[in-house]
Design a protein around this ligand. Structure first.
Ligand code: IPM
Ligand code: MN
Length: 335
């Protein structure tokens, strides 16, 4: 029984199992949070996909939500619910930190990046049409307003974590107008942040350099348009051991929704194989956002100790043999 109420969207597929793990660990750690589970089964209102009013009200009341993965139909069907949530609550900045886990070896050491992704427009604006059969057009929408608020967020974030350097990742060499505007906005805003260094890099070059030597990116905060951030955040996850390990926060002016970067993994759902780490670490971002840092430190510490304690305590995606429930018990024992 807690002081705070958080909306819980358990999600599809492995969402159920990993949400259960989070709930168990939170109660073992006596986190002062009550969960308010909501149903987000999509509904159509005037031909537009939306989520049930009760879910919208819950998030607007609690201002903070933790969300498991929601399945996204490919090439047909309703608009992605993930995007619907980001749009409904105007969650304009998606913050994705990515840090090597001591004790879990990958070909890379000392990865410590933060990627901030524009979260409302770009190729994700969903404006597509067939011009004539066989010819389709997808609009990549870039606005000064959305660019400015995410880049401003990146400047503030860089200051707040004491890495006063932002790297704007773009492809303005080809997309002169759209990415050109994103770059221009960053140049303009830089004047307001004389204490923060600003650099620019072309997307393909960043992807090459990131997987050649990620340590070049540890003392800065990357900011980029939506689709680039989607791709580069998966790339960054790959450096540290995969999507099972990386958290994210969808940040708006008032509301924030914290979620793992991975999907609903229907192939392993219900089998007790899922790794709850990404959702747990997302929940730690959430706790810090709520100024419950001591609980975040405690849970994060226990998760990292569990992963470092050997393959018998790690899930299959981390070359281990632990079930979700064994992993959860281990985390609880390390609290
Ligand atoms: C992510 C996911 C989503 C995205 C999907 C599930 C719609 O890949 O959060 O990165 O493309 O943004
Ligand atoms: Mn993605």
């Amino acid at each position: 029984n807690g002081k705070y109420t958080v909306t819980l969207i358990e999600g599809d597929g492995i969402g159920i199992e990993i949400s259960e793990a989070v709930k168990q660990i939170y109660s073992a750690a006596n986190v002062p949070v009550d969960w308010e589970p909501v149903d987000v089964t999509p509904i159509l209102v005037n031909g537009k996909t939306t989520i049930p009013q009760a879910a919208i009200e819950s998030v607007n009341k609690n201002l903070v939500a933790l969300k498991g993965p929601l399945a996204t139909p490919v090439g047909k069907g309703h608009v992605s619910l993930n995007l619907t949530l980001r749009r409904t609550f105007n969650l304009f900045a998606n913050v994705r930190p990515c840090k090597s886990i001591v004790g879990y070896e990958t070909p890379y050491e000392n990865v410590n990046t933060v990627l901030i992704r524009e979260n409302t427009e770009g190729e994700y604006s969903g404006i597509e049409h067939t011009i004539v059969p066989g010819v389709v057009q997808s609009i990549k929408l870039i606005t000064r307003k959305a660019s400015e608020r995410v880049i401003r967020y990146a400047f503030e974030y860089a200051r707040s974590i004491n890495k006063p350097h932002i790297l704007v990742v773009h492809k303005a060499s080809i997309m002169k107008l759209s990415d050109g505007l994103f770059v221009k906005v960053a140049e303009d805003l830089a004047k307001e942040y004389p204490d923060v260094k600003v650099s620019f890099e072309i997307l393909d070059n960043t992807s090459l350099k990131l997987c050649t030597d990620p340590s070049d990116y540890k003392d800065l905060v990357m900011v980029m348009p939506n689709l680039y951030g989607d791709i580069m955040s998966d790339l960054s996850s790959g450096l540290i051991g995969g999507l099972g390990l990386t958290p994210s926060g969808n940040m708006g002016d008032n509301v924030s929704i914290f979620e793992a970067v991975h999907g609903s993994a229907p192939d392993i759902a219900g089998k007790g194989l899922a790794n709850p780490t990404a959702l747990l670490l997302s929940s730690c971002m959430m706790l810090r956002h709520m100024s419950l840092n001591e609980y975040a430190d405690k849970i994060e510490g226990a998760v990292l100790k569990t992963i470092a304690s050997g393959p018998e305590n790690r899930t299959k995606d981390l070359k281990g043999s632990a079930s979700t429930s064994h992993f959860t018990e281990q985390v609880i024992s390390h609290l």
